[in-house]
Design a protein around this ligand. Structure first.
Ligand code: NOJ
Length: 488
């Protein structure tokens, strides 16, 4: 518990990691430069069909492949101690395998990593952030068990190539999003639609791939390289729509189990899916006349392999929902109907530049406490959190800065009042970028990027300037300044 002295002070713990995050496809551009292979987002965006806002693509994006030095300037201007970026798998290994290695890709990431380290910035590297090599997708992608070993080889290659300098690895970013949007609803690349089956199968393979890559590090690299490996898990916070309704409370628990629990329970607790998930999907599968559950099962050996495969918890948090129980007919086969929960945005919650992101900073504190209690009090890094502006962003983004201040206050409360071991915060995103199916219409950057100017100049938003002050003093407020009370 916090002491009275701590409650009056807005310092973050010593050594708190201050970062910003990006992802290769969203910022790099250079989609076919220097021997890069295609990935599923190249294919998806090039197919057009209005699946992406104005049929935009990440072909150029922020041009970070050629403008890395400009990004580095932004990172230094913020004074960050950590920078999270992802490796474009097909830039390194054009067909996804070590059969052909693209030296130009290695050179690029060496340049990024080395220049970060020269500036005392610790690199946090995501191996796979939505951009599966197209050649791997062509062999079945995450629908296929073979991808587990292919991913493991890729991870091994990255540990070998960069692990002398990279000590923080994130295997997969948001497997929940990849599984649901990529392999069930078809809204994201690779655009597969297989309701009721696709997400469960893809998630199953990603969990095994992650676990394998964690063991590879532990067995073959950890002693020498002394780094850490985790996975970035995204989740909403959720509360019952009617706090007095048992049904809504159950639906909320179900919602969280199918969200954060889907990945965190196997990895942090016992190698297996949440009981609620197993029961619900198996019951509904039976009612649909199926012999086996649509949710695949892990063997005991697999459970043992998956359990404990994260050196800390990487959480991506953006928003919250009120949850109301709803009924779904037995013959409806989809992950969403299995959950049988209506997601409601409280009309009192402010919105930002993207429709799904209701602004709920306190939801983060609640989610952190839930993770602490449910998944064995892990050390947590918030590897993504952000607030978007719309197509007409303002440089003086005061509303957004208020959001960040409120969010950081909630994190301090989680640390002080709830004893959650939060060790770092990565703002999403360093730059305005290609926001997947919203294209460039949604701006999450700390730095504005002028996409209409061929030189893609970066300009700090007000939030960037304010964030840099917090980073510098490792405290939310400067002398004499106050924000919301930390008392409750
Ligand atoms: C999480 C994803 O990891 C990132 O790629 C995306 O841009 C943000 N959410 C905002 O939607």
């Amino acid at each position: 518990m916090a002491t009275a002295e701590q409650l009056n002070c807005y310092d973050f713990p010593k050594g708190f990691a201050w970062g910003a995050a990006t992802a290769a496809y969203q910022i790099e551009g250079g989609w076919d430069a220097d021997g890069k292979g295609l990935n599923v987002w190249d294919t998806f965006t090039h197919q057009g069909g209005d699946r992406v806002f104005k049929n935009q693509t990440g072909d150029v994006a922020c041009g970070s492949y050629t403008l890395w030095e400009e990004d580095l300037k932004c990172i230094k201007q913020l004074g960050l101690t950590y920078y999270r970026f992802s490796i474009s798998w097909s830039r390194l290994l054009p067909d996804g395998t070590t059969g052909f290695i693209n030296q130009k890709g290695i050179d690029y990431y060496n340049k990024v990593i080395n220049s970060l380290l020269e500036n005392n910035i610790i690199p946090v590297v995501t191996l796979y952030h939505f951009d599966l090599p197209q050649a791997v997708e062509d062999q079945g992608g995450w629908n296929c068990e073979k991808t587990i070993e292919i991913f493991n080889h890729y991870a091994q290659f990255c540990y070998e190539t960069f692990g002398d300098r990279v000590k923080f690895w994130i295997t997969i970013n948001e497997p929940h999003v990849v599984a649901k949007l990529g392999y069930e609803e078809g809204l994201f690349a690779p655009g597969k639609k297989e309701p009721g089956l696709g997400a469960y199968r893809a998630a199953h393979n990603m969990l095994k791939a992650h676990a394998k890559a964690w063991h590879t590090y532990k067995n073959d690299f950890k002693n020498k390289q002394k780094g850490f490996v985790s996975i970035a898990i995204d989740s909403d916070w959720a509360e019952p729509y009617d706090p007095n309704s048992e049904k809504d409370k159950e639906a909320t628990e179900r919602y969280l189990s199918f969200y954060v629990g889907w990945f965190a329970k196997p990895i942090f607790v016992d190698g297996d899916y949440p009981e609620i998930m197993k029961t619900v999907v198996s019951k509904r599968s039976k009612a649909q006349g199926l012999q086996t559950s649509r949710l695949p099962e892990f063997t005991n050996e697999e459970k043992n392999m998956i359990k404990g495969t994260a050196d800390f918890f990487c959480l991506n948090y953006y928003t919250s929902r009120k949850i109301r129980h709803c009924t779904s007919s037995a013959d409806e086969s989809s992950c969403t109907s299995d959950i049988a929960a209506e997601r409601i945005k409280d009309p009192d919650w402010p919105e930002c530049g993207v429709e799904w992101l209701a602004v709920v900073p306190w939801g983060l504190r609640k989610l952190l406490a839930y993770i602490k209690d449910t998944f064995g009090n892990p050390t947590i890094y918030i590897t993504e959190n952000g607030f978007a502006q719309n197509e007409s962003p303002v440089i003086k983004d005061v509303q957004r800065w208020t959001y960040f201040q409120e969010t950081l206050t909630e994190i301090l409360k989680a640390i002080r009042l709830d004893d959650v071991d939060v060790k770092g915060y990565f703002c999403w995103c360093l730059l305005d970028n290609f926001e997947w199916i919203s294209g460039f219409s949604v701006r999450f950057g700390l730095f504005h990027v002028d996409f209409d100017n061929a030189e893609l100049p970066r300009t700090p938003y007000h939030s960037a300037i304010e964030y840099s002050k917090i980073v510098k003093r490792n405290a939310l407020t400067g002398p004499g300044e106050t924000v919301a009370s930390l008392n409750n």
